[in-house]
Design a binder for this molecule. Sequence first.
Ligand code: CTP
Length: 401
Amino acid sequence: MLDGKRILLIIGGGVAAYKSLDLARRLMERGAAVRGVLTPAGQQFITPMSVASLTGDECYTDLFSLKDEAEMGHIRLSREADLVVIAPATADLMAKMAHGLANDLASTILLATDKQVLIAPAMNAEMWAHKATQRNIETLKRDGILMVGPGDGMLACGEVGPGRLAEVPDMVAAIEGYFAGGNRPLMGKHIVVTAGPTHEPIDPVRYIANRSSGKQGFAIAGALAALGGEVTLVSGPVSQTTPPGVARVDVETALEMDAAVKAALPADAAVCVAAVADWRIKAGSNGEKLKKSKDGIPALNLCENPDILKGLSAMKEGRPALVVGFAAETEQVIEHATAKRKRKGCDMIVANDVSHTTGIMGGDSNQVHVITETGVESWPTMSKDDVATALAKTIADALTK
Ligand code: CTP
């Protein structure tokens, strides 16, 4: 897959720098030639010796090295590559790139290169969330820089949140994806997918839920990522594994899902597959477990949850170019779903019959009707994976036409 490809790997200063040594090996196993550049901060974590030994090439560290500049000028270094990869890309490196600074070897290469750059950010969660970093990311995306990760989870600093360097297989997949080119029509597109049920607490031990397994939503997120999309998957409580290349945000309630979707914007497309609970228990419980009492059965005082799909469809500014909903119906599937598409204001609705006899909810196969403004397409019964692949292609066609 990567036979003969030349990759310039810039290693920034972060605890995760050791993972880029593994990345270099995995790329070389696939036939790539890797040349390393180690920033001064990167050298606090790994040494030029390990980079040079593993890549079998020199490791470049200094803009003003007379020897390096005589043998291989930084301009040549930046051009003699098919792809420039930064892993880990620190907040500092990203800020320099966004502002066009060129005051050391890595930033000078990044300004001088005429090749595609792919970054794998890694930093503390607060640094990642900081407005300045988010602004820089927007700038970099607009400049056409590709990005993989960061993942969510335990960080080296002991905090938990987004900022983990993407896993090595995900970085390899993103690099292979870049070289696969034509088969990745969603490259550079950000897509938010919701999946699974929501849990609406009644008291500290009980909740309202539904039978959604998350299978279809996870399969769609995976299929979109396989076409090169940068996918944020906002998932309710499920026991599904996150597909490769997908950034997952776990939530419990509809309110949390709504907030996580909003936080993930801007996006080129949103695909709402989640079976969001329509109602939640109105606030007012004192946080204690409900007890049986002589006064009879307690009434569940419900109020309406935000409609995430409708909210996205109605956005005045920054609306995703394509908003896709799902319609779970038990009778008159096409008629109800057609009306639902109009009511919710989305561009496309994927309707399925979830009545008990179909076994769709929680099952492995699905039969859907894809409804847009221009008509209805009824697809044959397929596995949920095949529905996901076909739907990802339909979404890619709609986004790239
Ligand atoms: N949806 C959502 N937020 C909600 C409810 C639903 O985003 N609070 C989305 C679902 O993800 C799905 C679509 O809306 O894409 C349809 O949901 P569905 O439950 O089938 O429809 P309802 O709005 O509940 O309408 P009805 O109860 O009339 O079937």
